[in-house]
Design a protein around this ligand. Sequence first.
Ligand code: NAD
Length: 298
Amino acid sequence: MAKPKIGFIGLGIMGRPMSKHLINAGYELVVYDIVEASVNEITAAGASAAGSCKEVAEQADVIITMVPDSPDVEAAALGENGIIEGISEGNYYIDMSTIAPSVAVSVGEKMAEKGVLCLDGPVSGGDVGAQNATLSIMVGGEEDAFNTIKPIFDIMGNAVLCGPLGSGQIVKACNQVLVAVTIAGVSEALTLGTKAGVDPINIVKVLGGGLARCGVLENRGERMVNGDFDPGFRIRLHYKDLNIIMKTGNDYQVPLPVTSVVHELFNTAMVQGRSELDHSGLLTVLEDLAGIEARTKQ
Ligand code: NAD
């Protein structure tokens, strides 16, 4: 497909930089968001605006959504004035939000009834990955559709086809298990070491060189022991992902005993009003349990 016209719906922390990269790469974009200020920012960058998801779908060949959660995707794709009302047979619908794999499949089935080609393409790499166009894109769907859309994915990051529709969301759930459990483990290690008398910055430095080295220590360790929990990726969104993960474990009859404890720790952070902290702010929950703060004195 020579440069298709792209419809982009959901211009939040992730969608704004992602859509700007597509504009800068020379694609014609038509965009929609329920927040007008976000639309204005992207039209100023060169896109045109549509009045609804349906209108986006009427005007574009490839439609992308980047909205918060499963009900938002269902509303944008299948709701009143939704994509399905405007999209044409043979065009593409790609959801890049993080949602339940079962919803990715059910939305795809509805779209397939209209002859629409669907991919799920959730991402990891955060707001920085979106700004630098270095997102990891985990894709589910048919190989032909993936190959057609790959040049578009390449502008936003690095895409890997993981399997049939829904597989991208499954792999994203696996990613979020690992990140959440690692944040909890790092938080316990920092809390234990600090209460036992060690400056936690030394724990960050030394563990970063051995088998315990990990992305959480690398990217967040220093900020955690400095008490800097500005987001990044908010606790609220990681808790949403953990709800998806626990449901998916139930759907597939896979016990997730370790994740279930971490799920409750994130629930605790939510109940205690910490939803807007970066997810590394889970440290504060473990600190409260131990009755200390794991802060460096250096
Ligand atoms: P966000 O809340 O900043 O942006 C979502 C946007 O979608 C908002 O502008 C909202 O107005 C819009 N929206 C919601 N419903 C809509 C609808 N029906 N029609 C049109 N627009 C609608 O969220 P975000 O941080 O950009 O995250 C988007 C998705 O990407 C989420 O699923 C999130 O879990 C995932 N994600 C986020 C990050 C991150 O670091 N922020 C990293 C990886 C994945």
